[in-house]
Design a protein around this ligand. Sequence first.
Ligand code: NAD
Length: 419
Amino acid sequence: MSESDRLQGKFVAIIGGCGHVGLPLGVKLALAGASTRLVDINQDAVDSVNAGRFPFLEKGGDDQLRRALARGLKAAAGPEAAGAADVLIFVTGTPVDEHLNPKLSEVLRIFELYEPFLGPGKLVVMRSTLFPGTMEHLHERLTRSHPGVRIAFCPERVAQGFALDEIETLPQIVSAFDDESFKAAAELFGALAPAIVKLTPLEAELTKLMANSWRYLEFSIANQFYLICESRGVSFQRVYKAIRHEYPRAAGYKAPGFAAGPCLFKDTMQLASYFDNRFYLGHAAMLVNEGLATFVAERVKEKLGGSLWGRTVGLLGMSFKAENDDVRDSLSFKVRKLLEFAGAHVLCADPYLDWTMPLSAVLQEAEALVLATPHREYRGLQIKVPVVDVWGIYEETELEVFRTEAGSEVDAARHGSLG
Ligand SMILES: NC(=O)c1ccc[n+]([C@@H]2O[C@H](COP(=O)([O-])OP(=O)(O)OC[C@H]3O[C@@H](n4cnc5c(N)ncnc54)[C@H](O)[C@@H]3O)[C@@H](O)[C@H]2O)c1
Protein backbone atom coordinates (compact mmCIF):
# COMPACT_ATOMS: atom_id res chain seq x y z
CA MET A 1 0.00 0.00 0.00
CA SER A 2 1.34 3.45 -0.75
CA GLU A 3 1.41 6.10 1.92
CA SER A 4 -1.89 7.75 2.80
CA ASP A 5 -3.47 10.23 5.18
CA ARG A 6 -6.33 7.97 6.22
CA LEU A 7 -5.32 8.16 9.87
CA GLN A 8 -4.30 11.81 9.89
CA GLY A 9 -5.04 13.37 13.29
CA LYS A 10 -4.84 10.08 15.24
CA PHE A 11 -2.19 9.66 17.93
CA VAL A 12 -1.36 6.00 18.53
CA ALA A 13 1.07 4.45 21.04
CA ILE A 14 2.13 0.82 20.76
CA ILE A 15 3.28 -0.85 23.96
CA GLY A 16 5.83 -3.49 22.93
CA GLY A 17 6.23 -1.44 19.77
CA CYS A 18 9.72 -2.61 18.80
CA GLY A 19 8.82 -6.32 18.84
CA HIS A 20 7.97 -8.67 15.98
CA VAL A 21 4.29 -7.73 15.96
CA GLY A 22 4.41 -4.17 17.27
CA LEU A 23 6.98 -2.75 14.89
CA PRO A 24 5.41 -3.74 11.54
CA LEU A 25 2.06 -2.44 12.79
CA GLY A 26 3.64 0.84 13.93
CA VAL A 27 5.28 1.28 10.54
CA LYS A 28 1.96 0.74 8.75
CA LEU A 29 0.05 3.10 11.05
CA ALA A 30 2.66 5.83 10.53
CA LEU A 31 2.56 5.31 6.77
CA ALA A 32 -1.22 5.71 6.95
CA GLY A 33 -0.78 9.12 8.59
CA ALA A 34 -1.16 8.35 12.30
CA SER A 35 1.19 10.07 14.68
CA THR A 36 2.81 6.91 16.07
CA ARG A 37 4.95 6.24 19.16
CA LEU A 38 6.54 2.86 19.77
CA VAL A 39 7.10 2.25 23.48
CA ASP A 40 9.46 -0.58 24.37
CA ILE A 41 11.68 -1.44 27.34
CA ASN A 42 14.32 -2.91 25.02
CA GLN A 43 16.64 0.08 24.62
CA ASP A 44 18.75 -1.63 21.92
CA ALA A 45 15.65 -2.23 19.82
CA VAL A 46 14.49 1.37 20.39
CA ASP A 47 17.87 2.71 19.21
CA SER A 48 17.90 0.41 16.21
CA VAL A 49 14.39 1.49 15.16
CA ASN A 50 15.17 5.20 15.54
CA ALA A 51 18.27 4.64 13.40
CA GLY A 52 16.12 3.11 10.65
CA ARG A 53 17.10 -0.53 11.12
CA PHE A 54 14.68 -3.35 11.89
CA PRO A 55 16.07 -5.23 14.93
CA PHE A 56 15.09 -8.53 13.26
CA LEU A 57 14.49 -9.88 9.77
CA GLU A 58 11.32 -8.55 8.17
CA LYS A 59 10.60 -8.57 4.45
CA GLY A 60 10.75 -4.98 3.16
CA GLY A 61 11.49 -3.82 6.72
CA ASP A 62 14.23 -1.19 6.56
CA ASP A 63 12.86 0.58 3.51
CA GLN A 64 9.36 0.98 4.96
CA LEU A 65 10.74 1.83 8.41
CA ARG A 66 12.76 4.73 6.99
CA ARG A 67 9.69 6.04 5.19
CA ALA A 68 7.69 5.76 8.41
CA LEU A 69 10.39 7.63 10.37
CA ALA A 70 10.22 10.38 7.77
CA ARG A 71 6.49 10.59 8.55
CA GLY A 72 7.14 11.08 12.26
CA LEU A 73 7.34 7.53 13.68
CA LYS A 74 9.38 7.49 16.90
CA ALA A 75 10.44 4.84 19.41
CA ALA A 76 11.00 5.50 23.12
CA ALA A 77 11.77 3.43 26.20
CA GLY A 78 9.69 5.26 28.82
CA PRO A 79 5.93 4.70 29.31
CA GLU A 80 5.31 8.47 29.35
CA ALA A 81 5.75 8.45 25.55
CA ALA A 82 2.24 6.92 25.48
CA GLY A 83 0.77 9.61 27.72
CA ALA A 84 -0.93 11.81 25.15
CA ALA A 85 -2.02 9.04 22.78
CA ASP A 86 -5.73 8.61 21.91
CA VAL A 87 -5.15 4.93 21.13
CA LEU A 88 -2.98 2.56 23.20
CA ILE A 89 -2.20 -0.75 21.52
CA PHE A 90 -0.78 -3.51 23.73
CA VAL A 91 1.37 -6.09 21.97
CA THR A 92 3.81 -7.42 24.54
CA GLY A 93 4.46 -11.16 24.86
CA THR A 94 1.88 -13.50 26.41
CA PRO A 95 3.92 -16.54 27.42
CA VAL A 96 3.03 -19.63 29.45
CA ASP A 97 4.73 -20.42 32.77
CA GLU A 98 6.72 -23.49 33.84
CA HIS A 99 3.43 -25.37 34.39
CA LEU A 100 2.28 -24.44 30.88
CA ASN A 101 -0.41 -22.08 32.19
CA PRO A 102 -0.73 -18.52 30.88
CA LYS A 103 1.26 -15.87 32.74
CA LEU A 104 -1.72 -13.60 33.23
CA SER A 105 0.03 -11.57 35.91
CA GLU A 106 2.50 -10.33 33.30
CA VAL A 107 -0.28 -9.08 31.01
CA LEU A 108 -1.98 -7.33 33.93
CA ARG A 109 1.26 -5.87 35.28
CA ILE A 110 2.05 -4.14 32.00
CA PHE A 111 -1.56 -3.00 31.58
CA GLU A 112 -1.46 -1.42 35.06
CA LEU A 113 1.62 0.60 34.17
CA TYR A 114 -0.38 2.41 31.50
CA GLU A 115 -3.66 2.83 33.38
CA PRO A 116 -2.67 6.31 34.62
CA PHE A 117 -2.73 7.48 30.98
CA LEU A 118 -6.29 6.31 30.34
CA GLY A 119 -9.28 8.61 30.30
CA PRO A 120 -12.76 8.94 28.74
CA GLY A 121 -12.77 8.63 24.95
CA LYS A 122 -9.42 6.86 24.73
CA LEU A 123 -9.24 3.52 22.99
CA VAL A 124 -7.30 0.51 24.31
CA VAL A 125 -6.53 -2.16 21.71
CA MET A 126 -5.29 -5.54 22.88
CA ARG A 127 -3.33 -7.16 20.02
CA SER A 128 -1.28 -9.91 21.68
CA THR A 129 -2.69 -13.42 21.67
CA LEU A 130 -4.85 -13.59 24.81
CA PHE A 131 -5.93 -16.33 27.18
CA PRO A 132 -9.74 -16.64 26.81
CA GLY A 133 -11.44 -14.43 29.37
CA THR A 134 -8.66 -11.83 29.54
CA MET A 135 -10.79 -9.33 27.65
CA GLU A 136 -13.70 -9.80 30.03
CA HIS A 137 -11.36 -9.22 32.98
CA LEU A 138 -9.90 -6.04 31.49
CA HIS A 139 -13.31 -4.73 30.46
CA GLU A 140 -14.76 -5.25 33.95
CA ARG A 141 -11.75 -3.61 35.46
CA LEU A 142 -11.92 -0.56 33.19
CA THR A 143 -15.68 -0.19 33.67
CA ARG A 144 -15.01 0.24 37.39
CA SER A 145 -11.75 2.21 37.36
CA HIS A 146 -11.93 4.19 34.10
CA PRO A 147 -15.50 4.60 32.85
CA GLY A 148 -15.61 5.95 29.32
CA VAL A 149 -12.45 4.17 28.17
CA ARG A 150 -13.11 1.97 25.14
CA ILE A 151 -11.47 -1.41 24.72
CA ALA A 152 -11.21 -3.80 21.76
CA PHE A 153 -9.36 -7.01 20.99
CA CYS A 154 -7.85 -7.13 17.50
CA PRO A 155 -5.51 -10.14 17.37
CA GLU A 156 -2.48 -10.26 15.13
CA ARG A 157 -2.43 -13.21 12.74
CA VAL A 158 0.61 -12.49 10.60
CA ALA A 159 3.43 -14.94 9.80
CA GLN A 160 6.70 -13.89 11.30
CA GLY A 161 8.93 -12.09 8.81
CA PHE A 162 6.02 -11.26 6.47
CA ALA A 163 3.96 -8.96 8.67
CA LEU A 164 4.33 -5.87 6.49
CA ASP A 165 2.70 -7.69 3.58
CA GLU A 166 0.12 -9.57 5.60
CA ILE A 167 -1.20 -6.61 7.61
CA GLU A 168 -2.53 -5.33 4.30
CA THR A 169 -3.76 -8.60 2.86
CA LEU A 170 -5.35 -10.51 5.77
CA PRO A 171 -8.81 -9.68 7.09
CA GLN A 172 -8.60 -8.14 10.56
CA ILE A 173 -10.63 -9.59 13.42
CA VAL A 174 -12.12 -6.84 15.56
CA SER A 175 -14.04 -7.56 18.75
CA ALA A 176 -15.47 -5.43 21.50
CA PHE A 177 -18.19 -5.42 24.15
CA ASP A 178 -19.92 -2.29 22.83
CA ASP A 179 -20.54 -0.58 19.48
CA GLU A 180 -18.48 2.50 20.23
CA SER A 181 -15.36 0.49 20.96
CA PHE A 182 -15.96 -1.71 17.91
CA LYS A 183 -16.39 1.29 15.63
CA ALA A 184 -13.27 3.04 16.92
CA ALA A 185 -11.12 -0.08 16.45
CA ALA A 186 -12.68 -0.93 13.08
CA GLU A 187 -11.95 2.59 11.87
CA LEU A 188 -8.29 2.25 12.87
CA PHE A 189 -7.73 -1.17 11.25
CA GLY A 190 -10.02 -0.35 8.34
CA ALA A 191 -7.27 2.01 7.20
CA LEU A 192 -4.90 -0.94 6.82
CA ALA A 193 -6.71 -4.25 6.33
CA PRO A 194 -8.86 -5.26 3.33
CA ALA A 195 -11.76 -6.48 5.53
CA ILE A 196 -12.94 -6.50 9.13
CA VAL A 197 -14.40 -9.61 10.74
CA LYS A 198 -16.61 -8.74 13.71
CA LEU A 199 -16.63 -11.18 16.63
CA THR A 200 -17.32 -11.13 20.34
CA PRO A 201 -14.12 -10.89 22.44
CA LEU A 202 -14.35 -14.52 23.59
CA GLU A 203 -14.87 -15.70 20.01
CA ALA A 204 -11.86 -13.64 18.93
CA GLU A 205 -9.67 -15.02 21.73
CA LEU A 206 -10.62 -18.56 20.72
CA THR A 207 -10.24 -17.87 17.00
CA LYS A 208 -6.62 -16.87 17.44
CA LEU A 209 -5.75 -19.77 19.76
CA MET A 210 -7.56 -22.33 17.63
CA ALA A 211 -5.88 -21.13 14.44
CA ASN A 212 -2.44 -21.62 15.96
CA SER A 213 -3.35 -24.88 17.70
CA TRP A 214 -4.69 -26.27 14.44
CA ARG A 215 -1.35 -25.59 12.74
CA TYR A 216 0.52 -27.16 15.63
CA LEU A 217 -1.68 -30.27 15.41
CA GLU A 218 -1.23 -30.49 11.65
CA PHE A 219 2.55 -30.54 12.03
CA SER A 220 2.27 -33.13 14.78
CA ILE A 221 0.38 -35.50 12.47
CA ALA A 222 3.22 -35.43 9.95
CA ASN A 223 5.78 -35.79 12.74
CA GLN A 224 3.93 -38.71 14.30
CA PHE A 225 3.80 -40.56 10.98
CA TYR A 226 7.46 -39.75 10.39
CA LEU A 227 8.33 -41.28 13.78
CA ILE A 228 6.30 -44.41 13.03
CA CYS A 229 7.97 -44.95 9.67
CA GLU A 230 11.51 -44.14 10.67
CA SER A 231 11.30 -46.26 13.85
CA ARG A 232 10.26 -49.23 11.71
CA GLY A 233 12.97 -48.71 9.11
CA VAL A 234 10.65 -47.26 6.47
CA SER A 235 11.41 -44.05 4.63
CA PHE A 236 8.67 -41.58 5.48
CA GLN A 237 9.55 -39.52 2.42
CA ARG A 238 8.52 -42.38 0.16
CA VAL A 239 5.27 -42.92 2.05
CA TYR A 240 4.63 -39.17 2.00
CA LYS A 241 5.19 -38.97 -1.72
CA ALA A 242 2.90 -41.92 -2.30
CA ILE A 243 0.15 -40.41 -0.15
CA ARG A 244 0.25 -37.19 -2.16
CA HIS A 245 0.87 -38.58 -5.62
CA GLU A 246 -2.03 -37.43 -7.82
CA TYR A 247 -4.25 -37.55 -4.74
CA PRO A 248 -5.88 -34.12 -4.44
CA ARG A 249 -7.35 -34.78 -1.00
CA ALA A 250 -3.83 -34.95 0.45
CA ALA A 251 -2.63 -31.73 -1.16
CA GLY A 252 -2.55 -29.94 2.20
CA TYR A 253 -0.79 -32.80 4.02
CA LYS A 254 2.02 -31.21 6.03
CA ALA A 255 5.59 -32.46 5.79
CA PRO A 256 7.49 -33.40 8.95
CA GLY A 257 9.85 -30.97 10.62
CA PHE A 258 10.51 -29.12 13.86
CA ALA A 259 7.31 -27.33 14.93
CA ALA A 260 8.61 -24.62 17.19
CA GLY A 261 8.78 -20.87 17.67
CA PRO A 262 7.19 -18.41 20.07
CA CYS A 263 3.53 -19.00 19.17
CA LEU A 264 2.28 -22.45 18.19
CA PHE A 265 3.39 -24.42 21.25
CA LYS A 266 2.41 -21.81 23.84
CA ASP A 267 -0.93 -21.06 22.19
CA THR A 268 -1.78 -24.76 22.12
CA MET A 269 -0.93 -24.93 25.82
CA GLN A 270 -3.08 -21.85 26.54
CA LEU A 271 -6.02 -23.55 24.90
CA ALA A 272 -5.32 -26.71 26.94
CA SER A 273 -5.19 -24.65 30.11
CA TYR A 274 -8.46 -22.89 29.21
CA PHE A 275 -10.15 -26.28 28.70
CA ASP A 276 -8.93 -27.61 32.08
CA ASN A 277 -6.27 -29.77 30.45
CA ARG A 278 -8.87 -31.72 28.49
CA PHE A 279 -7.55 -30.60 25.11
CA TYR A 280 -6.13 -34.10 24.62
CA LEU A 281 -5.10 -33.58 21.01
CA GLY A 282 -3.11 -30.49 22.04
CA HIS A 283 -1.12 -32.35 24.66
CA ALA A 284 -0.58 -35.28 22.31
CA ALA A 285 0.72 -32.85 19.66
CA MET A 286 3.14 -31.40 22.19
CA LEU A 287 4.49 -34.86 23.06
CA VAL A 288 5.03 -35.67 19.39
CA ASN A 289 6.49 -32.32 18.29
CA GLU A 290 8.80 -31.96 21.29
CA GLY A 291 9.64 -35.68 21.21
CA LEU A 292 10.96 -35.31 17.67
CA ALA A 293 14.03 -33.53 19.06
CA THR A 294 14.77 -36.52 21.30
CA PHE A 295 14.33 -38.89 18.38
CA VAL A 296 16.76 -36.86 16.29
CA ALA A 297 19.43 -36.89 19.01
CA GLU A 298 19.02 -40.66 19.40
CA ARG A 299 19.30 -41.12 15.63
CA VAL A 300 22.62 -39.25 15.59
CA LYS A 301 23.90 -41.53 18.33
CA GLU A 302 22.87 -44.61 16.38
CA LYS A 303 24.51 -43.31 13.22
CA LEU A 304 27.75 -42.76 15.10
CA GLY A 305 27.83 -46.30 16.40
CA GLY A 306 25.93 -45.99 19.69
CA SER A 307 27.94 -43.45 21.66
CA LEU A 308 28.41 -39.70 21.34
CA TRP A 309 31.23 -39.29 23.85
CA GLY A 310 33.97 -37.20 22.26
CA ARG A 311 32.26 -37.08 18.87
CA THR A 312 31.70 -33.87 16.91
CA VAL A 313 28.21 -33.18 15.60
CA GLY A 314 27.20 -30.26 13.38
CA LEU A 315 23.80 -28.59 13.74
CA LEU A 316 22.66 -26.85 10.59
CA GLY A 317 20.19 -24.09 11.48
CA MET A 318 19.43 -22.60 14.89
CA SER A 319 16.46 -20.33 14.13
CA PHE A 320 12.99 -21.80 14.57
CA LYS A 321 12.09 -21.49 10.90
CA ALA A 322 13.80 -21.15 7.54
CA GLU A 323 15.12 -17.81 6.27
CA ASN A 324 14.55 -16.18 9.66
CA ASP A 325 16.79 -15.04 12.51
CA ASP A 326 14.37 -15.74 15.38
CA VAL A 327 15.63 -18.37 17.83
CA ARG A 328 12.77 -18.14 20.33
CA ASP A 329 11.73 -21.65 21.39
CA SER A 330 13.72 -23.18 18.55
CA LEU A 331 14.05 -26.95 18.90
CA SER A 332 17.64 -26.71 17.60
CA PHE A 333 18.63 -25.73 21.13
CA LYS A 334 16.91 -28.74 22.60
CA VAL A 335 18.76 -31.02 20.17
CA ARG A 336 22.04 -29.31 21.06
CA LYS A 337 21.38 -29.82 24.77
CA LEU A 338 20.56 -33.50 24.29
CA LEU A 339 23.65 -34.11 22.15
CA GLU A 340 25.92 -32.33 24.62
CA PHE A 341 24.43 -34.23 27.53
CA ALA A 342 25.27 -37.44 25.70
CA GLY A 343 28.89 -36.28 25.45
CA ALA A 344 29.07 -34.75 21.96
CA HIS A 345 30.88 -31.61 20.96
CA VAL A 346 28.27 -29.62 19.02
CA LEU A 347 29.08 -27.08 16.30
CA CYS A 348 26.30 -24.72 15.24
CA ALA A 349 25.85 -23.00 11.88
CA ASP A 350 23.17 -20.57 10.76
CA PRO A 351 23.50 -18.00 7.97
CA TYR A 352 21.22 -15.58 9.85
CA LEU A 353 23.01 -15.67 13.23
CA ASP A 354 26.46 -14.15 13.48
CA TRP A 355 27.42 -15.98 16.70
CA THR A 356 27.39 -19.35 14.90
CA MET A 357 30.29 -20.94 13.01
CA PRO A 358 30.76 -20.68 9.24
CA LEU A 359 29.06 -23.53 7.39
CA SER A 360 32.30 -24.59 5.71
CA ALA A 361 34.03 -25.07 9.09
CA VAL A 362 31.12 -27.11 10.45
CA LEU A 363 31.06 -29.29 7.33
CA GLN A 364 34.78 -29.84 7.61
CA GLU A 365 34.85 -30.79 11.29
CA ALA A 366 31.56 -32.60 11.95
CA GLU A 367 31.44 -36.40 12.01
CA ALA A 368 27.65 -36.30 11.71
CA LEU A 369 25.13 -33.59 10.86
CA VAL A 370 21.60 -32.65 11.86
CA LEU A 371 19.58 -30.57 9.44
CA ALA A 372 17.64 -28.62 12.06
CA THR A 373 16.33 -25.66 10.02
CA PRO A 374 15.87 -26.03 6.25
CA HIS A 375 17.47 -22.73 5.20
CA ARG A 376 17.90 -22.41 1.42
CA GLU A 377 21.68 -22.39 1.89
CA TYR A 378 21.59 -26.04 2.97
CA ARG A 379 19.89 -27.35 -0.14
CA GLY A 380 22.10 -29.18 -2.57
CA LEU A 381 25.06 -29.56 -0.19
CA GLN A 382 27.38 -32.46 -0.90
CA ILE A 383 27.36 -34.20 2.47
CA LYS A 384 29.85 -36.95 3.14
CA VAL A 385 29.04 -37.82 6.77
CA PRO A 386 25.89 -39.37 8.26
CA VAL A 387 23.04 -36.89 8.40
CA VAL A 388 19.72 -36.79 10.25
CA ASP A 389 17.33 -34.91 8.05
CA VAL A 390 13.76 -34.77 9.32
CA TRP A 391 12.81 -32.40 6.51
CA GLY A 392 13.84 -34.91 3.84
CA ILE A 393 15.73 -32.44 1.67
CA TYR A 394 18.72 -34.74 1.24
CA GLU A 395 16.69 -37.84 0.54
CA GLU A 396 16.27 -38.41 -3.14
CA THR A 397 13.29 -40.63 -3.64
CA GLU A 398 11.59 -41.22 -6.91
CA LEU A 399 8.42 -43.22 -6.79
CA GLU A 400 8.06 -45.92 -9.41
CA VAL A 401 4.83 -45.04 -11.16
CA PHE A 402 3.73 -47.01 -14.22
CA ARG A 403 1.14 -45.52 -16.49
CA THR A 404 -1.50 -48.11 -17.34
CA GLU A 405 -3.52 -48.49 -20.49
CA ALA A 406 -6.57 -47.13 -18.67
CA GLY A 407 -4.49 -44.22 -17.41
CA SER A 408 -3.26 -43.42 -20.89
CA GLU A 409 -6.83 -43.26 -22.12
CA VAL A 410 -7.73 -40.87 -19.32
CA ASP A 411 -4.66 -38.74 -20.15
CA ALA A 412 -5.59 -38.62 -23.79
CA ALA A 413 -9.21 -37.72 -22.98
CA ARG A 414 -7.97 -34.92 -20.71
CA HIS A 415 -5.85 -33.54 -23.50
CA GLY A 416 -8.71 -33.80 -25.94
CA SER A 417 -6.97 -36.15 -28.40
CA LEU A 418 -8.94 -39.35 -27.94
CA GLY A 419 -10.04 -40.33 -31.42
N1 NAD B 1 5.77 -13.20 16.32
C1 NAD B 1 4.70 -13.41 15.60
O1 NAD B 1 4.79 -13.66 14.40
C2 NAD B 1 3.30 -13.29 16.20
C3 NAD B 1 2.21 -13.44 15.34
C4 NAD B 1 0.93 -13.30 15.85
C5 NAD B 1 0.77 -13.02 17.20
N2 NAD B 1 1.87 -12.90 18.04
C6 NAD B 1 1.60 -12.57 19.44
O2 NAD B 1 1.96 -11.22 19.64
C7 NAD B 1 2.45 -11.03 20.97
C8 NAD B 1 3.82 -10.40 20.90
O3 NAD B 1 4.70 -11.28 20.22
P1 NAD B 1 6.04 -10.79 19.55
O4 NAD B 1 6.54 -11.92 18.72
O5 NAD B 1 5.87 -9.47 18.91
O6 NAD B 1 6.96 -10.63 20.84
P2 NAD B 1 8.32 -9.79 20.93
O7 NAD B 1 9.05 -10.33 22.10
O8 NAD B 1 8.99 -9.77 19.61
O9 NAD B 1 7.80 -8.33 21.24
C9 NAD B 1 7.33 -7.92 22.49
C10 NAD B 1 8.00 -6.60 22.81
O10 NAD B 1 7.46 -6.11 24.02
C11 NAD B 1 8.50 -5.46 24.72
N3 NAD B 1 8.10 -5.30 26.12
C12 NAD B 1 8.12 -6.22 27.11
N4 NAD B 1 7.68 -5.67 28.25
C13 NAD B 1 7.36 -4.40 27.98
C14 NAD B 1 6.86 -3.31 28.76
N5 NAD B 1 6.62 -3.44 30.06
N6 NAD B 1 6.66 -2.12 28.14
C15 NAD B 1 6.93 -1.95 26.84
N7 NAD B 1 7.43 -2.94 26.05
C16 NAD B 1 7.63 -4.14 26.62
C17 NAD B 1 9.71 -6.33 24.48
O11 NAD B 1 10.91 -5.64 24.72
C18 NAD B 1 9.51 -6.72 23.00
O12 NAD B 1 10.19 -5.84 22.13
C19 NAD B 1 2.40 -12.41 21.60
O13 NAD B 1 1.17 -12.54 22.28
C20 NAD B 1 2.44 -13.33 20.43
O14 NAD B 1 1.87 -14.57 20.72
C21 NAD B 1 3.12 -13.02 17.54
